[in-house]
Design a protein around this ligand. Structure first.
Ligand code: S3P
Length: 167
């Protein structure tokens, strides 16, 4: 494979973190969760960042941290569900690695995501469903598309592994 980074993109509940960890383990690469990196650096949760500093601040942190992690060699990087909506972020991911969309139906995403306040962009089912619909066009820009509905993380990893062997 010609890439030394794999970016997992997709809606909340697509399984980016779970699949990312398993894929990194299989490749013997590092796993980086962009939201966790931001939380660690800020010393507060994503939900608290949104509440105290607003979404624009979080998006700025997201862009900066993506720039940083895009220099790590041999890493599987899970992006938050909104990161790929930004054209600059898309360019960074495309230029520094392979982009993989973990595709999830809204019904499946809604069954996986707890509406417990930890995901500010999933505050209500209706709002999240609109968001899911509006983001689809951007997600399709990823190079590889893999559906995660009704599948184990291992089977998703197997599929990604098969695809990247041929790229
Ligand atoms: C967001 C998704 C979250 C997190 C933040 C915003 C979004 O990440 O980055 O709450 O805009 O879809 P996950 O997709 O990992 O839940």
């Amino acid at each position: 494979m010609n890439h030394s980074r794999i970016y997992l993109i997709g809606f909340m509940g697509a399984g980016k973190s779970t699949v990312g960890r398993a894929l990194a383990q299989r490749l013997g690469w590092k796993f980086i969760d962009l939201d966790e990196a931001i939380e660690h650096a800020e010393g507060r949760s994503v939900a608290t960042i949104f509440k105290e500093s607003g979404e624009a601040y979080f998006r700025e942190r997201e862009r900066t941290h993506l720039q940083g992690v895009s220099k790590t060699e041999q890493a599987v990087i899970a992006l938050g569900g909104g990161a790929f909506m930004d054209a600059g972020n898309r360019a960074v991911a495309e230029q520094t690695g392979l982009t993989v969309w973990l595709k999830v139906s809204f019904a499946k995403a809604a069954s996986r995501v707890k509406m417990d306040g930890t995901r500010p962009m999933f505050a209500s089912r209706e709002q999240a469903e609109n968001l899911h619909r509006s983001r689809e066009a951007c997600y399709t820009l990823a190079k590889v598309h893999v559906s995660t509905d009704d599948r184990s993380a291992q089977s998703v990893v197997d599929e990604i592994f098969g695809v990247i062997g041929n790229i």
